[in-house]
Write a protein that binds this ligand. Structure first.
Ligand code: HEC
Ligand code: HEC
Ligand code: HEC
Ligand code: HEC
Length: 134
């Protein structure tokens, strides 16, 4: 093999590795069940199709860490098991935006906005997210 084509192959392998790592880094589905933060949970946990949302959105559309109003979150910190990226780690009872509002503003907020735009969207009714299974 010529040197040049070897380099092209190597670059291809590296890009594939990066791609695989990136798609591993984010979970397919997440069951949102912050029962420790919500002391007396009234609603059922919400199954959030995380990967589906990643198809059309950027990580930083949802994940954030604000400094002077700018989202300065380092994407490399978006790893499974990193407690700091969990919504509940910042949206506490003391926060300006408490946890329940944080979820509803983000989730229902976008779904409602998309309906108005006539775009693809997700559930907006309580039972659409807090599915009741009996
Ligand atoms: C539509 C909003 C949204 C988008 C887009 C999004 N995420 Fe998430 N992600 C969430 C929510 C909500 C959680 C759950 C956080 C929690 O448990 O408090 C989460 C959780 C995670 C977790 C798991 C953290 C843990 O508990 O272990 C990882 C890793 C992650 N996201 C990575 C990514 C990456 C990488 C991208 C971009 C490819 C991305 N996310 C795009 C909303 C989003
Ligand atoms: C590192 C801390 C941190 C993490 C983690 C975090 N947030 Fe935030 N979030 C903030 C801060 C700070 C603000 C700005 C408002 C404020 O001062 O409380 C904010 C604002 C918001 C807003 C805008 C509220 C409005 O006024 O419209 C929403 C919605 C939101 N966060 C949802 C989430 C969700 C959902 C998650 C988990 C995927 C999350 N946040 C993770 C710190 C955080
Ligand atoms: C920035 C926009 C945006 C945000 C934020 C967002 N969604 Fe969605 N959601 C969508 C869109 C767009 C779809 C439709 C995707 C499709 O059908 O391809 C969707 C679809 C869904 C679906 C239906 C999936 C299916 O299989 O039909 C659920 C459930 C859902 N979202 C839950 C959530 C939850 C829970 C959150 C907050 C943690 C959230 N979404 C945040 C845009 C958003
Ligand atoms: C787009 C999805 C979505 C919709 C629609 C939605 N929620 Fe939620 N809601 C969530 C998520 C995600 C949480 C966080 C759950 C967790 O982490 O335990 C939450 C949390 C809550 C909580 C706090 C936890 C608890 O169980 O006590 C209540 C109460 C709640 N929702 C009630 C409602 C009601 C009432 C409606 C209809 C008006 C509604 N929700 C619509 C996604 C949604």
């Amino acid at each position: 093999m010529k040197k040049k084509s070897l380099i092209i192959v190597l670059v291809g392998v590296m890009l594939a590795a990066v791609w695989v790592t990136a798609s591993w880094a984010q979970p397919e589905k997440i069951v949102l069940d912050n029962s420790e933060a919500f002391k007396h949970k009234k609603r059922s946990p919400v199954t959030f199709p995380h990967e589906l949302h990643c198809d059309s959105l950027e990580c930083l559309d949802c994940h954030h860490r604000y400094e002077k109003g700018e989202n300065v979150l380092d994407e490399d910190s978006l790893e499974e098991g990193n407690a700091d990226i969990r919504c509940a780690s910042c949206h506490t009872w003391e926060a300006k935006v408490q946890l329940r509002s944080a979820f509803h503003l983000m989730c229902t907020g976008c779904h409602t906005k998309n309906v108005k735009k006539g775009a693809k969207t997700g559930p907006r009714t309580c039972g659409g997210c807090h599915v009741i299974t009996k």
